[in-house]
Design a protein around this ligand. Structure first.
Ligand code: ZN
Length: 164
């Protein structure tokens, strides 16, 4: 299997996949360098994408609520919003930076093929989802919201048309 990331220290594609661990709601792929003692734990790009979208939507809704309340937001509300923005950046920027520092070698094989077959249930489902990549991760929460709203609309329509 050819799946190496480029080491930030050696600048050579010698970061080899070691193991997949399960985080709270995403996988963590552990790599270490064959040439030096560098090691990195990468969160899949798809899960970073989900974090960006979900956090962004939450902050967006909060911002709308703040501005549609009674008058303009207070200093304290703006300060809390600022802290939330920093927490949001802290959530995904360091994870994204690790992918930038330790990029995958060109034409790498997908490590999920070797790390997932022995997994079961939720762990496996999360791993299977995470092959969708960054763009898929960014869009997944929006697709889910649209699907839920669509089903709710259909149920409401059926209810209204046939049971009223
Ligand atoms: Zn190295």
């Amino acid at each position: 299997m050819k799946s190496h990331h480029i080491c930030a220290t050696c600048k050579t594609p010698t970061m080899a996949f070691r193991e997949r661990k399960m985080g709270v709601y995403s996988s963590i792929y552990c790599y270490s360098c064959n040439s030096c003692d560098s090691a990195v734990q990468l969160k899949p790009k798809a899960s970073i994408g989900v974090d960006i979208t979900v956090g962004g939507l939450a902050l967006g809704f909060w911002w709308i609520i703040l501005n549609h309340g009674s008058g303009s937001p207070s200093t304290i509300e703006l300060a809390i919003m600022g802290i939330a923005l920093l927490a949001y950046a802290w959530l995904w920027v360091p994870e994204a930076a690790k992918h930038w520092l330790y990029p995958a070698e060109e034409n790498s094989d997908d490590v999920t093929d070797v790390s997932l077959p022995q997994e079961k249930g939720f762990n496996r489902a999360v791993g299977r989802f995470e092959v969708v990549g960054l763009l898929g991760g960014l869009l997944a929460p929006i697709v889910l919201i649209v699907a839920v709203l669509g089903v709710a609309t259909i149920i409401g329509y059926i209810n209204y048309s046939f049971f009223e």
